[in-house]
Design a protein around this ligand. Structure first.
Ligand code: AMP
Length: 209
């Protein structure tokens, strides 16, 4: 299964990806996680990405495309992968298609997790990540156990200002990939509002059709 999760910031892509890869037994490839790791390590790519990310802007296409194409060429992706946060622009979608065509493979599905803009700010402001396990919590909707609260991380770009910018970027730069995949007949729209377990079931059901 070669698939992509698309949705606005705070749609629940990371949360759902972590659950779905257990079912499908494919690597979860999050462009945001890879970029945050590069920032933490202080690599040249991380230094370049950091100032774009803090402001809620997109990292330039050539940087992200190179990073992801290199990752999906690794042996663990031979039987499939789940991309989370990539592609985020039309040139990224086209570069991915070209690379897959060269490898004689194709995408099976693109899942669009739909959440209204009015819910995105609260989701991001309350989001916390456990650096030890990578688990994503929400202070109100998916509260973490009390004994790990101290170590949880609040992302630098989960501020009111950066979320507004990221949401605007989603509509201007990422939304154009939706008709691109819809025209190919592989787009699955899923309602992303509700209990995370129910949303996982909706995605699984959509993928079965
Ligand atoms: P995410 O964890 O998916 O919300 O991504 C966090 C940030 O990383 C985004 O706001 C962008 O600055 C950057 N980023 C992640 N994926 C991409 C991508 N495919 N293209 C450009 N920038 C990206």
């Amino acid at each position: 299964m070669r698939m992509i999760l698309v949705g606005p910031p705070g749609a629940g892509k990371g949360t759902q990806a972590a659950r779905l890869v257990d079912t499908f037994r494919i690597p979860h490839i999050s462009s945001g996680d890879m970029l945050r790791a590069a920032v933490k390590e202080g690599t040249p790519m991380g230094i370049e990405a950091d100032h774009h990310m803090k402001l809620g802007h997109l990292v330039p296409d050539d940087v992200v495309i190179g990073m992801i194409l290199e990752r999906i060429a690794k042996p663990d992706c031979a039987a499939g992968f789940m991309l989370d946060g990539f592609p985020r622009t039309r040139p990224q979608a086209e570069a991915l298609d070209a690379a897959l065509a060269t490898a004689n493979v194709a995408l099976d599905a693109v899942v669009l997790i739909e959440v209204p803009d009015t819910l995105l700010e609260e989701r991001a402001i309350g989001r916390r990540t456990d650096p030890a396990s990578g688990t994503i919590y929400h202070l109100k909707y998916n509260p973490p156990p009390a004994d790990i609260v101290e170590r949880l991380v609040h992302r630098k770009d989960d501020t009111v200002e950066a979320v507004a910018t990221r949401t605007a970027k989603y509509h201007s730069d990422t939304a154009p990939i939706i008709p691109y995949y819809s025209d190919k007949g592989i787009l699955k729209r899923v309602d992303g509002v509700g209990d995370p377990d129910v949303i996982t079931q909706r995605i699984t059901a959509a993928l079965a059709h």
